[in-house]
Design a protein around this ligand. Structure first.
Ligand SMILES: NC(=O)c1ccc[n+]([C@@H]2O[C@H](COP(=O)([O-])OP(=O)(O)OC[C@H]3O[C@@H](n4cnc5c(N)ncnc54)[C@H](OP(=O)(O)O)[C@@H]3O)[C@@H](O)[C@H]2O)c1
Length: 247
């Protein structure tokens, strides 16, 4: 059996979710194309996962270069069976002091790159059907966050793209889904807790009745949606949120 090739963006080792996705998919026997801007951070991921993978540094905000870049990767390494878009621009964007430049920062990486990657992936010369695309969204796409309107809007747009692209690509046997984590137990959570007093820290914990989300749980959801076991699931966003959306 030939090894299936999956592209993972945001695969840098210092992304808790990106690394967990790479560990899960490499452990499941896929060959990966590891994508991020910093080559050394991708090499650090390669060092922590089983098997030999392809390191493909790329700034995904170079939107018009995505198709040609994917074409050359597929010519060299073969067609893709899957794509996981985990790269993102994260941060705070309070309305006070909002600059139009910020809109591009969030939307280029989180939305426009997702669209350009999906468009490139869907070309017959770049994928082998049946194929699967999984975007990494956020609970922020379901429920607003104070001071983070741009991040939340970008993740809501990603959920919308997921639905429309799933419809448009169904006849090519490409499924498109999204996984929406709440706060993941890792570096981002530590940064957030460091800014809060003990009462605020407890309130943040209480928003996750099942606890903060281990990155491995996000990765397992991604692996399921990538696999043929999910052959009849498309256009959906699956929260992996420790109960955040029902709390
Ligand atoms: N962490 C959480 O608690 C949490 C919660 C909900 C949702 N999420 C979502 O889960 C995903 C992963 O989050 P994370 O916190 O683990 O990692 P992250 O800090 O968002 O990092 C993702 C990686 O994306 C890469 N990246 C960013 N901009 C890029 C660009 N223009 N081109 C190519 N690569 C780029 C970065 O690597 P380079 O610097 O090497 O390019 C970065 O390491 C994101 O989509 C995030 O929105 C995270």
């Amino acid at each position: 059996m030939t090894t299936k090739l999956i592209m993972v963006t945001g695969a840098s080792a210092d992304s808790d979710i990106g690394l967990a996705i790479c560990q899960q998919l490499a452990g499941d026997g896929y060959q990966l194309i590891l994508v991020g801007r910093r080559e050394e951070a991708l090499q650090a991921t390669q060092a922590q996962i089983p098997g030999e993978h392809i390191i493909a540094p790329m700034d995904l905000t170079a939107l018009d270069d995505i198709n040609g870049w994917m074409k050359s990767l597929c010519s060299e390494h073969g067609k893709l069976s899957g794509l996981v878009h985990s790269a993102s621009y994260q941060g705070y964007s309070p309305l006070r002091g909002m600059k139009s430049k910020q809109i591009h920062q969030y939307f280029d990486t989180n939305v426009a790159a997702a669209l350009m990657l999906t468009a490139a992936f869907s070309k017959p010369q770049h994928h082998t059907p049946p194929a699967s695309i999984v975007h990494i969204g956020s609970v922020a796409g379901f429920k607003g966050l104070k001071g983070r309107s741009l991040y939340a809007a970008s993740k809501a747009a990603l959920m919308s793209i997921t639905q429309s692209c799933a419809l448009e690509l169904a006849d090519k046997q490409i499924r498109v889904n999204c996984v929406a984590p709440a706060l993941v137990d890792g570096a981002k959570a530590q940064q957030q807790f460091a800014m809060l007093n003990p009462e605020q820290q407890q309130a943040l914990k209480d928003e996750h009745p099942l606890g903060l989300v281990p990155p491995q749980r996000v990765a397992q959801a991604v692996a399921y949606l990538i696999s043929d076991s999910a052959s009849h699931i498309s256009g959906h966003t699956l929260p992996v949120d420790g109960g955040y959306l029902i709390a």
